[in-house]
Design a protein. Structure first.
Length: 315
């Protein structure tokens, strides 16, 4: 970010700050476990309890938070700018997605944490020299209950934002994220169902219909100074297939790549998790995303000590 411009904008739009005025993103201390069981599933799926979770593992450092009140941050093209509620995960500090009146050339939190080997292996297929660090993740096993002979289609809504836009487009240092279903299947795709969503594939030059610019170096300027990210995506839907009644591993992960500087965020929409019969190919590509589900009794909690990034184990 450019310090002088963003700091001035923060003063002018102080009413939109997280610390005051009407536009406030609210954060809670609810765990990832609470989010999965109580907030992730769509209302129909929550009532039916047809999506179940077990073996939940989440990063225990302060890289993820449950949030609410997102629609108070405004609109873009007559659509809500940010998801109203959900789970935010960051390679740095989740609070820094919102401008809080202390802008720098790029918000950055170094957790001195380890990366994620599954994400690194996935990225190294394109570039064998990249490595990850400060990973933030939630992983678990998921099951869709049902009697259909069709496969199940799992889906949920999300958006991605980063301080690395513009400076690190098409760079080996661009932060990365993935939604792994059953190992190698990354659900974070563009509506074409093939292209991964990333800083390199959605920006001011490529697939810009899915991109919201928020930096003074862009011709649109800093459109939303209440948000710290230099750029962020419109709403996407993650989709994947699995067999009904089978337990399948799933992981939501974001990490710094190449260095520990400058942060990124993924926002997962609460109430959007859905699991339905897969009756054919996905819908016609659209920038408007989809939904998902979950259920079961809460498992016990166990801590694993002596790790730069400790984890919580449930199950």
């Amino acid at each position: 970010m450019h310090f002088s411009f963003k700091s001035l904008a923060a003063i002018i739009t102080a009413a939109n700050s997280i610390h005051g005025g009407t536009a406030q993103l609210q954060f809670t201390d609810e765990s990832a476990e609470d989010f999965l069981f109580n907030h992730f599933r769509s209302d129909d799926d929550l009532a039916a309890s047809n999506i179940q979770f077990r073996k939940i593992v989440a990063s225990s450092h302060e890289c993820l938070k449950h949030f609410t009140n997102g629609h108070e941050l405004g609109t873009h093209n007559d659509m809500p700018l940010v998801l109203d509620s959900g789970l935010i995960l960051s390679s740095g500090n989740p609070y820094d997605f919102i401008s809080r009146g202390h802008h720098s050339s790029g918000s950055s939190t170094d957790w001195h944490g380890e990366g994620d080997y599954e994400l690194m292996d996935y990225l190294q297929r394109a570039n064998p020299y990249v490595y990850t660090m400060d990973a933030c993740k939630v992983q678990f096993e998921i099951r869709c209950k049902g009697n259909s002979k069709q496969r199940a289609r799992l889906s949920f809504n999300y958006m991605f934002g980063s301080e690395e836009y513009y400076e690190y487009d098409n760079s080996p240092y661009a932060d990365s994220f993935a939604f792994f279903l059953d190992g190698e299947n990354n659900m974070a795709k563009l509506p074409d169902g093939v292209t991964n969503v990333s800083i390199d594939t959605v920006n001011s030059n490529v697939n810009k219909e899915y991109f919201i610019a928020n930096d003074m170096s862009d011709s649109m300027g800093m459109q939303y100074p209440q948000i710290e990210a230099d750029g962020f995506t419109t709403l996407f839907t993650a989709e994947g297939n699995l067999d009904f009644n089978e337990w399948i591993p799933m992981k939501i992960v974001i990490a710094d790549v190449g260095d520990r500087f400058i942060d990124s965020w993924i926002l997962i929409e609460g109430g959007s998790l859905s699991c339905v019969d897969d009756v054919g190919p996905s819908k016609v590509p659209t920038s408007k995303p989809t939904t998902m589900k979950s259920s079961t009794t809460l498992p016990t909690v166990q801590r694993i000590p002596n790790s730069p990034v400790s984890h919580l184990l449930f199950g």
